[in-house]
Design a protein around this ligand. Structure first.
Ligand SMILES: Cc1ncc(COP(=O)(O)O)c(C=O)c1O
Length: 479
């Protein structure tokens, strides 16, 4: 771990995170005895009190237990986590989206540096390769002359599209650079894809809950949203989607296939194939957002639905915002059979994406450090998600539920009883903490007792903020 993240995450939290990983991976099984405090301190080169604090943290999370005169033992499985929320159950009718006031309020919060930022799903700046990117940008400014200032008309810089095409193999796709269109982030890519296939008043089926940016795009274009029940681990219900297709003129489907924001769910790869086949039978385009696909916690990169696409109906969308730099504003679309239409829309609406950003990303990817960087941040995010989940378990009242994300860095928390997350949001703001209330992730009211927490950074301040939020939730629930 580099020094900047070490300074923000306390040593004992790091040790606890590493031990939690070992317990989750089965290196230590239920009933196993952990090394003694002294042994652990020598093995890890940390003080006795750091080990004691780490063991206490794991004990509080019910992952280990002390036995008198004997040491610390791994608890029986199942006790170490809160229950998960259940499959969502939205209504069966499409709705007009109208959420922009709430969303703009959250956007403003995310710029306020005096708040503990648990609201916006921003990556941890310590986990972005900013030094290297800045160095590359300086070199471009020094050496590239006019080329850095020319438009890169659609489909965008070829060197970058080449790099994206090469990486796509890892998610099961075989693409040529000509299949890829560079956009200004994933948000623009989703927007262009939706515009290419929908008109105002059309119905689009979406996961429930879903990233509020997608809802905003639907709102802007007057497209109606039909929410489909979605499981917090496996994603969209294919049975419910099929039912919806049979009863509604669905124009397109949008999913965040790997690590839905806010759920952290991942559609299993065989179900991705079924989803693509289902939509192919009905000739319905699928807009697949894979913006967090590289931040997986498992052994290997999950596939994308696009890898099963035989008819050119899947429009894959992603960006470098989660793992390299959100501010460079570079994303891409692989629009399949809608390529010409999406390129025309891109040219018409914004001409080109920033050239310097595209050059910098192409050079960064060519330089070969990306995989190493990704390996590191996957570990860090997995640990922070685990630590924040543990903090929620310690500090929130009984009846709270929390997701177990397979990747990304957000947690979706169901508050007990009828606690209104907007009330919690207001109390949190008064206490200097921002969070994302569940209301913005749906056009129905079904998530008014949910919050999304950004777990990208976990440190002393976030632990305290979670503690405060837990107390506020307790007060609101009357428990
Ligand atoms: C699912 C999803 N899509 C898109 C975005 C925004 O992506 P970009 O910054 O590349 O436009 C986010 C950011 O939080 C996201 O979570």
């Amino acid at each position: 771990m580099n020094t900047s993240s070490t300074s923000k995450t306390l040593r004992y939290q790091e040790l606890a995170g590493r031990l939690a990983d070992l317990i989750r991976q089965g290196t230590y099984l239920p009933g196993d005895r952990l090394p003694s405090v002294r042994q652990m301190s020598q093995q890890q080169g940390v003080s006795i009190s750091t080990v004691l604090q780490a063991y206490l943290l794991l004990e509080n999370r019910a992952m280990i237990e002390p036995r008198p005169q004997s040491g610390y033992y791994v608890c029986a499985r199942g006790q170490d986590q809160l229950p998960e929320p259940e499959m969502s159950s939205p209504g069966r009718d499409p709705s007009q989206v109208s959420l922009h006031e709430l969303v703009m309020m959250l956007m403003r919060d995310s710029n306020n540096r005096s708040l503990v930022q648990l609201g916006a799903a921003l990556p941890n700046p310590d986990f972005l390769p900013l030094r290297k990117i800045n160095q590359i940008i300086s070199e471009i400014a020094r050496n590239s002359g006019v080329s850095a200032h020319e438009y890169q008309f659609p489909p965008g810089l070829e060197a970058l599209r080449m790099q994206i095409a090469q990486r796509a193999v890892l998610s099961g796709c075989s693409l040529s650079p000509a299949d890829i269109l560079i956009t200004s982030g994933a948000v623009e890519a989703v927007d262009l894809c939706l515009l290419a296939v929908c008109r105002p008043g059309d119905i689009v089926a979406i996961e429930s809950p879903i990233y509020f940016g997608t809802l905003q795009t639907l709102e802007v274009h007057g497209i109606r949203a039909l929410e489909i029940p979605t499981h917090p681990r496996d994603g969209i219900s294919l049975g419910a989607l099929e039912f919806a297709i049979e009863h509604n003129p669905i124009r397109a489907v949008v999913v965040i296939s790997n690590f839905n924001n806010p759920l952290g769910s991942q559609i299993p790869d065989d179900r991705k194939r079924e989803l693509v086949e289902l939509l192919a039978r009905h000739d319905i385009p699928l807009i697949e957002n894979d913006v967090s696909g590289e931040i997986y916690f498992g052994e290997k990169r999950p596939l994308v639905c696009k890898s099963f696409d035989k008819k050119g109906l899947v429009m894959l969308v992603s960006s470098f915002s989660k793992d390299i730099s959100p501010g460079l504003r570079v994303g891409w679309a692989v629009p399949g059979r809608f390529q010409a239409q999406v390129e025309w829309l891109k040219f018409t609406l914004s001409a080109s994406s920033p050239t310097v950003s595209q050059m910098a990303l192409a050079q960064f990817l060519e330089s070969g450090g990306y995989d190493h960087h990704l390996r590191r941040i996957r570990r860090e995010y997995a640990r922070n998600v685990e630590l924040m989940s543990g903090a929620v378990m310690r500090h929130f009242p009984a009846g709270t539920r929390v997701t177990r994300p397979a990747g990304g860095f957000v947690l979706w928390v169901q508050l007990p009883g009828q606690v209104d997350s907007l009330e919690l949001y207001k109390l949190g703001m008064a206490g200097g903490i921002t969070l994302a209330p569940g209301h913005v992730f749906s056009v129905t009211q079904q998530f008014s007792n949910f919050i999304r927490l950004n777990a990208a950074a976990f440190n002393y301040a976030t632990e305290r903020a979670i503690e405060q939020l837990g107390e506020m939730t307790r007060a609101l629930s009357g428990s």
